[in-house]
Write a protein that binds this ligand. Structure first.
Ligand code: BES
Ligand code: MN
Ligand code: ZN
Length: 507
């Protein structure tokens, strides 16, 4: 899909070639009980009052989310006009805009339209700029067109008509809008990668497969990639990570990907942001085995890792001027005669002894060693991303990602990014009081803290390994994938992470 920007100050009565330029549709926003303005007004004049007649006849009220495709239009270069209801102008916020945009794309994708001209990003959206609107529109379209067909024997990849979208924006917004196109496409490509990796079955998307994916990403995007195997992981003394991997015949991999968009890190300058992703390619629970219902969905237990891949890809494609390192511990969590057992005490890379009271609390066991490993990069910040706890779904449902951090500034940055990217997150507590729940009679710490505040005690466990740098933890158990009829990976939180890094890079 080709996206481009073309400036046009409709409000000054300009049309900058849009009246004569050929396209299959021009998408126009209509507010409720409002005289036509902007692009709609210019097009109305050019079509000799067609649009105002349609509105007057009551066929398009302007109600939010409604659409009317008017075919066989004459007088302008576009052969169709798509009118999109945008509600009351004084209530036109990002939510209404999002609904209008999705409604518009559904009609466009459902028709034989190859080229679309899109003018909605120019409408006055409360608290949002035109470049934000362009990016949101690209992401919405790419969300609607994503399909996972890799595993079908006869993939139904019915050729899509839509090939080209031109966004009109005011000339003052042209430059920012062009950057927004680049960002939107890069983030969408990153999300597609994250979704594909999540949706792949666990017999294909193994730790080895993720290692190969990292190497391919490195070749395609000039990242320095290291994939460590069993022996090298042993040499690093990652006893906690290895205890989880033990029960599986699939060998564990420890993946490190370096994106260097700024100068080499030195003397506190260009310190990298490190993203750590949980890469359990299948979580059976291990000896503390899970019940059978929906166990297939535990193939999604590598979505934290998937989001690190997707974000690294997006960052590289955007060419952000900062250094980012992706760290992924990946293995399966399986029951076996040699698997880790409840009661086992293991020693983490940093020397902490851990009593494994439940082998299903494995995410924290692989992440803790990755967090220790991250210290060597003297990071500006570390963010880990993990489908860590079912309790997070109980707390927040499927809308908000759980955010945990002791660092108010970092938490604030991530929350701002989540709002701007419309990839919501909600901060949960991480007070010292909760640490008591992790007491062990026999080791330094237990790997579970009981039922109360299960997501908080999981984060508390991680915090013990992340005290040497600014750190935040994202629990994406409720947001990384959808269940039911629309089962599939969402690509979250790639938008949040990308926005956070865009902001850090000052781009
Ligand atoms: N991967 C799961 C968390 C999970 C469960 C995410 C369901 C999404 C949906 C994690 O490894 C796990 O099993 N956590 C346990 C922790 C418990 C044993 C303390 C959980 O949440 O039940
Ligand atoms: Mn588990
Ligand atoms: Zn898990």
């Amino acid at each position: 899909m080709d996206f481009s920007i073309k400036a046009c100050d409709w409000s000054k009565g300009e049309a900058n070639g849009f009246l004569t330029g050929k396209s299959d549709v021009i998408v126009l926003g209509i507010f409720e009980a409002q005289t036509l303005t902007g692009a709609a007004r210019v097009m109305d004049v050019a079509t000799k009052g067609l649009i105002s007649r349609v509105v007057k006849a009551g066929d398009m009220s302007g109600r939010a989310g409604t659409t009317l495709l008017v075919p066989e239009v004459t007088g302008i270069g576009a052969s169709r006009v798509l009118l999109v209801g945008c509600g009351k102008q004084d209530a036109f916020n990002q939510k209404v805009y999002g609904e209008a945009v999705r409604a518009a794309w559904r009609v466009v994708l459902g028709s034989k339209i190859g080229q679309a001209t899109f003018t909605l990003a120019q409408l006055p959206i409360q608290e949002r700029t035109a470049d934000w609107a362009v990016r949101a529109a690209i992401l919405a379209l790419r969300e609607l067109t994503y399909k996972f067909t890799q595993m079908k024997s006869k993939p139904d990849n019915g050729a899509r008509s839509l090939k080209k979208v031109v966004f009109s924006v005011d000339s003052a917004d042209e430059k920012a809008a062009k950057v927004a196109v680049k960002q939107g496409v890069a983030i969408a490509n990153g999300m597609d990668l994250t979704r594909d990796l999540g949706n792949l079955p666990p017999n294909v998307c193994t730790p080895t497969y993720l290692g190969q994916t990292a190497k391919k990403l490195g070749r395609d995007w000039k990242l320095k990639v290291e994939v460590l195997g069993q022996k090298q992981i042993e040499a690093l003394n990652m006893g906690s990570f290895l205890s989880v991997a033990k029960g599986s015949v699939e060998p564990p991999q420890f993946i490190v990907m370096h994106y260097q968009g700024a100068g080499a890190a030195a003397k506190g300058k260009n310190a990298p942001i490190v993203l750590v992703g949980k890469g359990i390619t299948f979580d059976s629970g291990g000896i503390s085995i899970k019940p059978g219902e929906a166990m297939d969905e535990m193939k999604y237990d590598m979505c934290g890792a998937g989001s690190v891949f997707g974000t690294m890809r997006a960052v590289a494609e955007m060419g952000l001027k900062l250094n980012v390192i992706g760290v992924i511990p990946t293995c399966e969590n399986m029951p076996a005669g040699n698997a880790v057992k409840p009661g086992d005490i293991i020693t983490a890379m940093n020397g902490t002894t851990i009593e494994v009271l439940n082998t299903d609390a494995e995410g924290r066991l692989i992440l803790c060693d990755a967090l220790t490993y991250a210290e060597r990069f003297k990071p500006a910040a570390v963010v880990d991303i993990a489908t860590l706890t079912g309790a997070c779904i109980i707390a927040l449902g499927h809308h908000n990602t759980g955010l945990f951090s002791k660092d108010d500034a970092l938490a604030g940055e991530l929350l701002d990014a989540s709002r701007d990217a419309v990839d919501p997150a909600w901060r949960l507590p991480l007070d010292e009081e909760y640490q008591d729940q992790l007491k062990s009679n026999f080791a330094d710490v237990a790997n579970i803290g009981g039922r109360p505040a299960g997501s908080v005690t999981a984060a508390c466990f991680l915090s013990r390994f992340a005290s040497n740098y600014p750190w935040a933890h994202l629990d994406i158990a409720g947001t990384a994938w959808k269940s039911g009829a629309t089962k599939g990976a969402t690509g979250r939180p790639v938008p949040l992470l990308s926005q956070f890094l865009i902001d850090r890079a000052g781009a």
